[in-house]
Structure formats: C-alpha cells, structure tokens
Write a protein that binds this ligand. Structure first.
Ligand SMILES: Cc1cc2nc3c(=O)[nH]c(=O)nc-3n(C[C@H](O)[C@H](O)[C@H](O)COP(=O)(O)OP(=O)(O)OC[C@H]3O[C@@H](n4cnc5c(N)ncnc54)[C@H](O)[C@@H]3O)c2cc1C
Length: 414
C-alpha cells in the first residue's frame, strides 16, 4: 500500500485501504527494539505469517522475539481484502499439472485445513476480527471460461475435493450474477486482516513473546551455535530465525529469483442502501470471476462491496499514482458491469499493494540449504491469509524439530 502521496476526490481516498480507517484509536503499540536480546526464535516480519508463527512458537513454550519494520499488520496483509480462502492462488488443475495428483491433493487438503484452522483459532482466542464464515463462488461468464471451469470442477471431484456445481439460474438466485456456471465451495471465511494480526501478536505476547515495531532487521548472520540479527537499536541472538517478510527483499536477494512481484488493486464502495442491496442476491458468498485477469468481490459488515483484481507488474514509482487511478477506475467500471445497480456510485477507498508469487502459485515455507538456522515463509501471492496460517504450523513444527508429512510440499526443494 502506498501512503506517499494521498489524493482525495470527494469522499474517495486513494492509497488508503479500507482497514486503515477502521482500526481502534487505541490500537496497541509495541516498542522499538533496543539493546541485546536472547531468544530461541527470532521472527522477522509482523504480517499474518509472522504474527501467527510468533503465536504458534510461544504457545509451544519457545522464547520468541518478533520484529516488524513498520506496525503490526501494516504490510501487504493490511492492504488485503482478507478473504480467507482454502483454495491456493491457482486452479487445482495447475497444481495437478505442476506436482502430480498425490501432491496436488495433499496441498489442497492442507490449505483447506489451514483456512478452517485459521477461523477456529480466531474464535478460540476471541480475536475481534469480524470473522464471518462464507462460501466462495467461482464463476465463468463466457462459454470458453465455462469449459475450463467444468474441467476444473471435474479435476477437483476426481481428486475427492469438495466442490458443488452451480448452474446459471442457481448462481443468479444466489448472487444475482449473470454467468454460465460456477463452482461453490463451503468452509471459507473473511476477516478484518489488521485486527487478525494484532490479535495474534497480542496472544503471542500473553504467552511470553516480545514484539517490536519500527524495528527493521538490517542484517542476519548465522554462526555455528546461533544466529545474530541486527536492528538499528541493537542485537539479537537466537537459535533460529524465521523470515516472514512477504518477499525475500534485500536481506535474501539470491532468493528473489523464485518470485515475481505483482501490484494488485482494490476498491471499497460506500455503504450500499437497502434498495441496492435487495437487488444483489443473498450476499452470503465471496465471488471470483474465472476470467483472466481475475476479479473478485466480498461484502463487509457495514454493507460495502470490496472489489479487487487488476494485477500487473509494479509500475515505475513515478507512474504508480496514475496506475492506481486508472486500474481502480477500471475495477469500478467492471463492478458496474457485474452489478448495474452500482453504476454511478463512486468508491470511498481505492488502494493497491505488492505481493510476491512463485511460478507454481504456492508459497515457499521451510528451510533453505544455503541458510543454516533459517526458515522462510515467503511468496503468498493473493492468498496469504489461510496460507500464512499454514506457514505458522509448518514453521513451528520445523523449529521444534518435528516436521510432519506434507510439510515438504511447500519447501524450496519441491
Ligand atoms: C490489494 C490486495 C488484496 C489482497 N487480498 C487478499 C485476500 O483477499 N486474501 C488473501 O489471503 N490474501 C490477499 N492478499 C495477499 C495478502 O495480503 C498477502 O499474501 C499476505 O499479506 C502476505 O502476508 P505476509 O505476512 O507474508 O506479508 P506482509 O503482510 O507483507 O508482512 C510482512 C511484514 O514484514 C515486514 N518486514 C519486511 N522486511 C522487514 C525487515 N527487514 N525487518 C522487519 N520487518 C520487515 C513488513 O513491514 C511487513 O509488515 C491481498 C493483497 C493485496 C495487496
């Protein structure tokens, strides 16, 4: 998300995510790191993956330090539309082609369980993150996309994955979308992502973790007995380090070749009146368009639509603002084509953020042979919530020396 040059047109705020305006005034803050700290595990990055990992490790009884360069939840996760999707960022057919049936099925089952685990952890910890259980509907508007979607549905069914086929009239009844057909999947959710991160960080602190904000980790050096980290305020000695920075960045430049960075966009409408809402179906599911490039939609508790998509290679910094205005304008136009009753309504928020994605659409989670005492959670693309949570489970097992079958499916050697 960029906050460098904010522009405001009427009520429309560019460069500000919907969530940024919705955080409690007295949002907990954490100190800058100063001095010398000794921990079992240092976690770098306070996004969903980092906060969930800090929580999982401190629950397991390890001494944890979490270091966030900005504020907890202010990275890509704070720019997200926060659909907690069990489906990875790519179709099942693509995972199947890349990894074979057995691995693809296991990957999809693990991400499904992660989405459920995410929701049940939020409930158990009573994190007030506006968690709502939702189905997802993946629809095809033209015959070509419908053909692909049917193939995708058959591949999922053959692999024993849950997916219901919706015909055009059922889709219309459900979501007032005119399209050829759709796949419906139960067991997804949506949240306020910043509150989810803040809640996990607070739960980690309750279990003894130390959390530091505005504490960028500038250097990481492993030695025979430990790993040493440097922040502007001091040093950290740890047995292990978990790198959950979204992208490898300057600290791990050689790993950058595994990922491409995308800029992705979102808009939030104003709260929609009862008359318009009544025209838009049951509003009980998150919607995905099978078109390329994709678009997707969810509702908020205050009756707004969040509509996202428009991914592209990040524009030059000088053109970012122009690209934001153009891409989000296009999103609003596409939303009004999907739902004509939205025509003429201006969004209230229009923003963008960067995500890193690997070629096969899956994150890299786990150790890397060139970096002793390190493990990584990187490249979540457009589905970092469920998969960030999955990373926390895999990395906690790794740090405890108890890897489970299937963890390697997300590793660097896959
Ligand atoms: C517009 C948009 C919509 C999206 N919609 C969805 C969605 O609906 N569902 C979904 O699942 N995903 C969505 N995503 C993707 C999701 O936001 C990301 O996949 C997810 O946030 C990645 O989580 P993370 O913890 O890896 O990274 P981040 O949230 O980026 O967290 C990484 C953190 O590391 C910190 N950091 C970096 N370097 C250092 C350092 N050296 N020292 C200390 N800290 C450091 C950063 O400040 C940052 O806070 C969306 C993304 C965008 C931009």
């Amino acid at each position: 998300m960029y906050n460098d040059r904010l522009t405001q047109m009427g009520k429309l705020r560019y460069g500000v995510s919907y969530w940024a305006d919705r955080q409690p005034r007295r949002r907990p803050t954490y100190p800058r790191h100063r001095g010398q700290l000794d921990v079992d595990v240092a976690v770098v990055g306070g996004g969903l993956a980092g906060c969930a990992t800090a929580y999982a490790l401190s629950t397991a009884g390890l001494r944890v330090g979490l270091f966030e360069a900005a504020r907890i939840g202010d990275g890509a996760v704070g720019a997200s539309t926060a659909l907690v999707m069990q489906e990875p960022d790519v179709d099942f057919q693509e995972t199947l082609d890349a990894h074979g049936l057995r691995a693809a099925r296991a990957i999809w089952k693990l991400t499904r369980r992660a989405a459920q685990d995410f929701a049940s952890t939020m409930r158990r910890l009573k994190i007030p993150c506006q968690l709502d259980a939702q189905d997802s509907i993946y629809f095809a508007e033209d015959p070509e996309a419908a053909k692909r979607l049917r193939g995708e549905w058959q591949a999922r069914r053959k692999a024993g994955l849950e997916a219901r086929w919706l015909k055009s009239d059922a889709l219309w009844r459900e979501a007032r979308v005119r399209a050829e057909c759709a796949i419906r999947v139960a067991g997804n959710a949506q949240v306020d992502p910043v509150r989810a991160c803040a809640g996990l960080a607070a739960a980690a602190v309750k279990r003894g973790a130390s959390v530091y904000e505005r504490s960028s980790v500038e250097r990481i050096r492993p030695s025979r007995r430990s790993v040493e980290l440097r922040t502007a305020g001091g040093g950290v000695t740890a047995d292990q380090v978990v790198v959950a920075t979204g992208h490898p960045g300057a600290l791990f430049r050689p790993l950058g070749r595994h990922f491409r960075t995308l800029e992705t966009y979102a808009v939030a409408t104003p709260t929609l009146g009862a008359r318009i809402r009544a025209e838009l179906g049951r509003r009980q599911a998150m919607l995905w368009d099978a078109a390329q490039p994709y678009r997707y939609l969810r509702w908020t508790r205050d009756d707004r639509i969040l509509f996202g998509g428009g991914d592209q290679t990040p524009p030059h910094p000088r053109s970012r603002e122009k690209a934001l205005v153009q891409r989000t304008g296009q999103l609003m136009y596409e939303l009004s084509v999907l739902y004509p009753s939205i025509s003429g309504i201006q969004p209230e928020y229009a923003w963008a953020g960067h995500v890193a994605a690997a070629a096969d659409g899956l994150p890299y989670i786990g150790p890397h042979r060139n970096y002793p005492r390190h493990s990584f959670a990187l490249g979540f693309g457009g589905s970092g919530l469920a998969q960030g949570f999955l990373a926390s489970r895999i990395l906690a097992r790794h740090c405890l020396g108890e890897p489970a079958k299937g963890d390697e499916l997300f590793g660097f050697t896959r």
